[in-house]
Write a protein that binds this ligand. Structure first.
Ligand code: PMP
Length: 325
């Protein structure tokens, strides 16, 4: 826990996990100055512990902070806090492939006042929780609901930031997806309501067959979707595996037409929590689309294996993504 006041980060302290004391008028509770991150620590074959691209999370945390008129947290301090916590909690880092220690950094505004203005006081909190395998029964494709009734992020809004409010705005759509028998929401752009953006907690990828090659395509960063660290990593990893990768605009109509024409053969979602999840079916008001006969696709699974191998230290970390704790 590291407090911020008088324009500076103060001495932090390690505390046992437990409730935080907040004033009822703490501005995070009213005006939503609350940002967070999520990344993982993995046990390595030599018994050491490494985190996956924590600097990227620290940098995204600061971009979120700036968007919410909150102070930057020096990247070194973020990294130091994470390493300290992981070393203290080393016994909690699971050893099995697919398991990890999940780290949750959080910054909230704690200043007690009722006027609408940026807070002068903040609290940075970092805690950890062991994460089991996302698919303990083996990888299984999910069904997604393309949301036409709600939007997640508008141009000029906070869609690019990892802030609490974005998730608050998503919950009703997630509940609707579940009512429709789906696991996750697919968000469309707020202006034309036809470009595919991302999912509730993951970025989306589409596998195209173009001139005899597999090309992985992901919606370009327009300022309204979260720039996922897994997304960024897969764009690079795809090239290592001999695929091409590209960032483009893609509409729901194209998705339907390209699946029908056999050009679009796989769809998957990616993020820190699930790594890579195949998408087997997409539904919306008035249509339903089956992708790869609802099966796990070969490109999806190859990318998933390649990323997990780097994270668990069973192949060379050629992109220098892993950080020794
Ligand atoms: N989009 C949203 C809305 C998310 O919450 C997440 C999870 N952080 C992602 C995408 C994937 O990002 P990452 O790969 O950095 O976990």
């Amino acid at each position: 826990v590291i407090p911020y006041r008088d324009g500076a980060w103060q001495q932090g302290e390690v505390k046992a996990y437990g409730p935080l004391m907040l004033d009822p008028s703490a501005s995070a509770l009213h005006y939503g100055q609350a940002i967070f991150e999520g990344f993982k620590a993995f046990s390595q074959p030599d018994g050491s512990i490494k985190t996956f691209r924590p600097e990227a999370n620290a940098e995204r945390f600061n971009r979120s902070a700036r968007r919410l008129a909150m102070p930057d947290l020096p990247v070194d301090l973020f990294m130091e806090a994470a390493d300290l916590l992981i070393n203290l909690d080393a016994a909690w880092v699971p050893k099995n492939v697919g398991e990890s220690l999940y780290l949750r950094p959080l910054m909230i505004a704690t200043d007690a006042f009722l006027g609408v203005r940026p807070s002068n006081e903040y609290l940075f909190v970092l805690f950890a929780s062991p994460a089991g395998a996302y698919f303990p029964q083996g990888v299984k494709p999910v069904t997604v609901w393309i949301s036409e009734d709600y939007v997640r992020a508008a141009p000029g809004g906070t869609g690019e930031a990892k802030c609490a409010g974005n998730y608050a705005a998503s919950l009703v759509a997630q509940a609707q997806a579940q009512e429709k028998g789906c696991d996750q929401v697919v968000w469309l752009d707020a202006v034309e309501r036809r470009y595919i953006e991302e999912m509730g907690g993951m970025n989306l990828f589409f596998v195209y067959q173009e001139e005899g090659k597999s090309v992985i395509v992901t919606p370009e960063l327009t300022g309204t979707l979260l720039p996922g660290i897994t997304r960024r990593s897969l764009l690079e990893l795809a090239r290592d595996l001999g695929y091409e990768s590209s960032e483009r605009k893609l509409t729901v109509q194209q998705w339907r037409d390209d699946v029908a024409a056999g050009r679009l053969t796989e769809v998957f979602a990616c993020g820190t929590a699930a790594v890579i999840t195949p998408v087997g079916k997409a539904k919306a008001n008035g249509f339903e689309l089956s992708i790869n006969n609802g099966q796990n696709g070969p490109v999806t699974m190859a990318l998933r294996e390649a990323l997990l191998a780097i994270q668990h230290g069973t192949v060379e970390d050629r992109h220098h993504w892993m950080h020794q704790v």
